[in-house]
Ligand binder design. Sequence first.
Ligand code: FE2
Length: 197
Amino acid sequence: METLQTAFPIPFYLVGDVISESENNVLVDKILSLSETQTKRGGTAWFSGKNSPKTNFEVFGLHEHKEFNLITEKVTYYVNNFAKKHNSLRTFEATEGWYNVYTKENYQEFHIHPLSVFSAVYYATFPKGSSPTIFQNPVIDMFPPFPCTTPTDFTRDKLLMYPPGDRTLVIFRSFLHHMVPSGTNESPRITLAYNFA
Ligand SMILES: [Fe+2]
């Protein structure tokens, strides 16, 4: 008997239609209006500097802003569902929240979200030409069995996460390296990012 087992899986939690289209439109308008007066790009922490998305990172916490209660509560609900899939007995709360407005040439380098257990990205808009969030496989493999005809979940060196569409949420463990390459989108790719501990 032969059995193929996989060990050390990396879980991702995907949720579609997190809020309704009309609720999302209100959210997008709110973010676009806030980002008009936004002078910071990526705060002081991001290497992407002037090519960072417009963001409120290091300006104010979205998770404490009551205008964003609806989406924060939804994200918190799904993060705790994901925690339950880990058999966790804890309830997790948002410790940080920020929006990102990417137009072409905006990007963010590979990074992790320190001091958090779970992180979440909600895709409010994902127009044509937008870049996916790219997650790096944390397994260090010095000698993978390349070449392969087609990469599999256990031979690929990177995992490309294409959000299935607008109003989609991706939840992941905060230690995972991820980045957003620059895109070709003319209209803004808008995400909300949260950390939970
Ligand atoms: Fe991130």
